[in-house]
Structures are given as C-alpha cells and as structure tokens.
Design a protein around this ligand. Structure first.
Ligand SMILES: Cc1cc2nc3c(=O)[nH]c(=O)nc-3n(C[C@H](O)[C@H](O)[C@H](O)COP(=O)(O)OP(=O)(O)OC[C@H]3O[C@@H](n4cnc5c(N)ncnc54)[C@H](O)[C@@H]3O)c2cc1C
Length: 417
C-alpha cells in the first residue's frame, strides 16, 4: 500500500534503496514463508531439511544482511540508527518471527566482536567473527540463551537491585578447570533459534551467592560434547521462530570464550537488553503497520449497509486511531534507535520504553484489525489473525512488558536527582 504517510520523508537515496530492498525481502521471501510455516501443526516440520524456513535464512545471509550491524572494518555494513530501524521495521512488516530469528542469530558473534574490541581477545575474532562475516549460506546461526526453566523475569530485571542473592542466581553454572571453563545447566525452552543454533551466547552463574551480579557470559559452540537440546516448542504466534531448551553437561570451553565476568556483568547485560529491546520496538512497529494496512485495504472494499466499511463513521474513527498509534510507535522506536546507536552506552530505559510501547501498539492495532475484519478476521485465511497471535507473543518475548516496565521505572526514577 503506497499511500502510507511517513513522517520522516527525508530519507537519503541510500536509505530509500535499503528500505526498498528490505521491503522486497519482507514481501517476497519472509512473509510468504512465514504464512506457509504458520500452518504446520508440528514445529519439527518447520525446521526439517528442505523446509522453506532454510531458504529464508540462506537468502538473508546471501544478501549479507546477517552482518548488517557489524562495522565495516570486519566486513559488516555498519547499519545503525535510522538505517537499522528501516531494516527492522520492513522485516517486521513481513514477518516478526523471521525478524526475531535472524536478529538473534547475529548476537553471539556481535557480542564476541564487542568483547574482542574491548579486551584484544583475538581468538574471538578468528574463531567466531570472521567465519560469521564470511558465511553466505546460513551455516552459522546464533542464539541468546539467558532465561532458564526457573528464571524468566528475574534475569531480565537485573537493574532493579532486587536480584542479588542466591535464590535469584542462574542455575546454569560455570567454573574454572585449569585453563578452561566447565559449564553445567539448562536454558529455557524459550531460547529463540534454540533447536537450530550452532552457537549460543549463554548467561551463567559464577558466584551464586551474589545473585545476578555474580554472573558471566560466554559463547558456547553447540557442537561441543555435553551439549544436548530439547524438542522445538509448540506455541501461539511467531511459529516460524523455532525455540527449544539447551542442556549443558560438563561442557568444556576455552577461557577466551568467556567474554564477560562478574565485574562487567551488569553493564554488559544492560547493553544487550537495551539493544535487543530497541530492536523489538522497531520490528513490532512493522507488525503494527502491517495490521493497519490490511485493515485499511479491507475497509475500502467490504460493503455493509450499502456502503463501504470505510464510509461508516465509527470505522473511520477506528482507522484513524490505529494510524496515530502506528505512527507514534514508529517515531518513538526511531528516536530510540537513533539516540541509542549514537550513545556511548545505550540507555536501557529508552530501549525498554520502545519495546514495551511498540509491542503493546502492535497488539492493540492487530486486535482492532481483527475486529474490523469481522468474522473473517478470525479465519486462518486472514493475515490479521496471524499478526494478532504474533503480536500477543511479543508482550512476553524479550521480557514480559510488566516486568520490563518495572525495571525501566527504577532506572528512570534513579536518573532524576
Ligand atoms: C516469543 C518468545 C521469544 C523468546 N526468546 C527468548 C530468547 O531468545 N532467549 C531467551 O533466553 N529467552 C527468550 N524468551 C523468554 C522470555 O524472555 C521470558 O518468557 C520472559 O522473560 C518471561 O519469563 P517467564 O516466561 O519465565 O515468566 P515469569 O518470569 O514466570 O513471569 C510470569 C508472570 O509474572 C510476572 N512477574 C514476574 N516477576 C514479577 C515481579 N517481580 N513483579 C511483578 N510481576 C512479575 C511477569 O510479568 C509475568 O506476567 C522468549 C519468550 C518468548 C515468548
């Protein structure tokens, strides 16, 4: 739908062509695959050999978008700020499930690069970053393994200061063994890409008596002895995003793969969460826009009471409210993406604000779209039915919105003197 008014029309020619390229990928590759995979009853079938799932991943890597956020010095495209928002919004418009899966795929490699840059740890570059940058076939896929069967909200609210004793520490535990580390434990069935990833960025306890602040972060290659996986999770919404548990049984990793220890944990976890949350805000702005566009198109062709739905005043009011919500989500998530990418350290209450607000908008706009479609909106034939389920999952994904808002509030209140 070409008529959508963008309040930032001053895109440079490069940004305009990025937007068009990502829109093509979203419309021609990601959305059709996501719709097809959504219909599969068994999540095992989503990721089986020959599934269209793999075509989407391969195409994204072939185009080099998997390294879009990495700096040019290592072979990336250095896409940040507004450009990063454009990329995420377009993918979100096409498929939030692929948007999340492709986004988290880069996380262990990107964080490996950040750590290598700060510490001079060349092994992280040679073993992880360079092979990922060179990959054009989606052979290397990452995941972010933070939550555990016994730890969901508490491990994403570390900034509140409440999570500082043994009860709130990760159950996954790492200890020195000579020059190596041994990792034991389990990560939740919610780990995105959990069943297909080759590498995991794993949060684990080092000194359990300190709770969350006593934690560390490592990259763990998932082909190592002692790693096993659960079955793919069967869930409402985002069904092309495969998720599953990862188990670690005396998994031995070199000390260079532990790139964050206790002294830096809270800082690093905050950086990861604010970046991930900001990305979710951009992505789900795209979901909201997709639902709004579907509703607008339907209301301009469905006749009731002898008139188009779009000619009924209550419908007009609803469409206008949806438009304002989409545009305000877009403006907030864009502003946060621009601010946080330029800041020395991203401000997590901004990333959290973007995620909490934009996913809530996506859910409300998708719900209104279902309503405007009437009975048709409940049918599996309709895209809005899928968008509604996808948006519902996002209220919990990457931290439940209630819990994130509490963590953001603590930081916000602390920022006023
Ligand atoms: C689609 C999807 C993708 C995900 N991807 C990943 C991933 O890639 N990697 C990963 O590690 N995890 C992932 N997760 C897990 C996600 O981060 C957790 O589901 C989320 O943090 C909530 O944890 P929980 O499910 O254990 O719920 P709980 O923590 O058990 O919370 C249950 C309810 O209690 C509320 N609650 C909890 N504590 C408090 C409190 N102190 N005060 C007030 N209310 C509270 C919560 O708001 C929530 O409503 C994903 C989840 C989803 C749905």
């Amino acid at each position: 739908m070409g008529a959508y008014l963008d309040l930032n029309p001053e895109l440079t020619p490069t940004q305009q062509s990025l937007k068009e390229e990502m829109h093509r990928f979203a419309a021609e590759v990601a959305r059709p695959a996501s719709v097809e995979l959504d219909k599969l009853a068994d999540p095992e079938d989503v990721i089986k050999e020959g599934s269209v799932f793999w075509d989407v991943f391969r195409k994204f890597y072939e185009l080099g978008h998997h390294v879009s956020a990495l700096p040019e010095e290592v072979g990336g495209a250095n896409i940040r700020g507004l450009d990063g928002h454009i990329l995420a919004e377009e993918i979100g418009w096409g498929s939030s499930d692929f948007g999340v899966g492709l986004g988290v795929s880069a996380m262990p490699f990107m964080m490996g690069l950040v750590a290598a840059t700060m510490t001079g740890n060349q092994r992280l570059i040679d073993d992880l970053v360079t092979p990922f940058v060179q990959d054009r076939e989606a052979k290397l896929i990452g995941c972010w393994a933070i939550t555990e069967p016994g730890h969901g909200s508490d491990c994403l609210a570390f900034g509140t200061g409440e999570y500082t004793d043994e009860r709130t520490s990760f159950d996954t535990y790492g200890r020195h063994d000579g020059d190596d580390w041994l990792i034991n434990g389990a990560k939740a069935a919610w780990v995105s890409n959990g069943t297909i990833a080759t590498h995991a960025m794993v949060h684990f306890a080092i000194d359990r008596s300190k709770g969350m602040p006593g934690s560390g972060i490592a990259v763990i290659p998932l082909g190592l002895p002692g790693v096993s996986r659960g079955k793919p999770l069967n869930k409402i919404g985002q069904r092309a995003l495969n998720q599953g548990e990862i188990f670690f049984d005396d998994v031995r990793i070199p000390k260079e793969y532990v790139f964050v220890e206790q002294d830096m944990y809270i800082l690093a976890a905050d950086l990861i969460l604010s970046t991930a949350n900001g990305g979710m805000g951009s992505l789900f702005t795209g979901v909201a826009r997709a639902a709004f566009e579907e509703a607008m198109a339907y209301c301009k062709q469905r006749v009731q009471g002898g008139k188009l739905l779009s000619e009924h005043q209550l419908v007009q009011r609803k469409l206008f409210d949806m438009f304002i919500k989409v545009e305000s989500a877009r403006q907030l998530s864009r502003a946060v993406a621009v601010y946080n990418s330029a800041a020395m350290l991203p401000v997590s209450r901004l990333g959290i604000g973007s995620k909490v607000y934009c996913t809530q908008v996506a859910f409300e706009v998708a719900s209104d779209a279902v309503q405007l479609f009437g009975g048709m909106g409940l049918s599996k034939e309709c895209l809005v039915e899928k968008l509604f389920r996808d948006a519902r999952a996002a209220l919990i994904e990457d931290g439940s919105n209630d819990m994130l808002a509490l963590a953001g509030a603590v930081q916000l209140i602390g920022s006023y003197v």
